[in-house]
Design a protein around this ligand. Structure first.
Ligand SMILES: [Zn+2]
Length: 225
């Protein structure tokens, strides 16, 4: 664990609040990405982590207190990669004023006070903004451009009928209600959705009918992919 952190330290590029770097859009135009833009992308990826896990083989780790002073971090890692290429980037968030322009999300501020063997302290709801990002992946790479277009595509509200779902460019991920206790999930591809729609099934009917084939729990969750 310590080795990972050190190898990341050797090669990382740091972008602090107020700084920016180059990135490429999906159509190849050059743009600037500020520290805050990168933080927003990371949070959007975290919101849709089911998609990034399934389709892009990425995992996200959120830490509520990385240094005892309440700094929070969101790490994006490549699932199953070797140590050298596992870490992709990490965003650090610090507590900011509610009316600050850099306010990105609200969460409990947790501190361990830097004292060993003492419980962490929950200081209640605070607002957080981006402090810095550490990059280990080339931010002007095709892969990063793909993440920007993925989050943009997934940022629209999920369709609320099967017909709308078919008109959108989204597939459907069905996950067991029991969550990680069961872990069952299945992708309904566009052909599957079309078959249900042609049979006159409504989205509500489909949801009610979706039963976990592993534990038998009803009313599975559906998410857009
Ligand atoms: Zn289940």
């Amino acid at each position: 664990m310590k080795e990972h952190a050190e190898s990341m330290l050797k090669r990382k590029l740091i972008v602090n609040r107020g700084e920016s770097i180059d990135r490429r859009s999906a159509v190849g135009t050059h743009q600037k990405a500020t520290c805050e833009d990168i933080a927003r992308l990371a949070l959007a990826m975290h919101d849709r982590k089911h998609f990034f896990s399934l389709r892009r083989s990425l995992e996200m780790r959120f830490s509520r207190d990385i240094n005892g002073s309440g700094v929070q971090a969101l790490e994006v890692l490549r699932t199953g990669a070797g140590d050298d290429s596992r870490y992709l980037f990490r965003v650090h968030f610090e507590s900011v004023h509610r009316d600050s322009e850099s306010f990105l999300y609200e969460a409990d501020l947790i501190r361990d006070q830097g004292k060993d063997y003492e419980p962490t302290v929950n200081c209640g709801k605070h607002c957080f903004g981006a402090q810095s990002v550490w990059l280990q992946i080339d931010w002007s790479s095709d892969e990063v451009a793909q993440w920007y277009s993925d989050t943009q595509r997934l940022s629209t509200a999920d369709p609320d009928s099967l017909e709308e779902w078919l008109e959108s460019d989204k597939e459907m991920l069905v996950k067991c209600r029991a969550g990680f206790i069961c872990g069952w999930e299945k992708v309904l591809a566009r052909d599957d959705l079309a078959r249900h729609a042609n049979a006159g099934t409504s989205l509500e009917d489909l949801k009610a009918r979706l039963t976990c084939s592993k534990c038998g729990k009803r009313n599975a969750r559906i998410l857009a992919l």
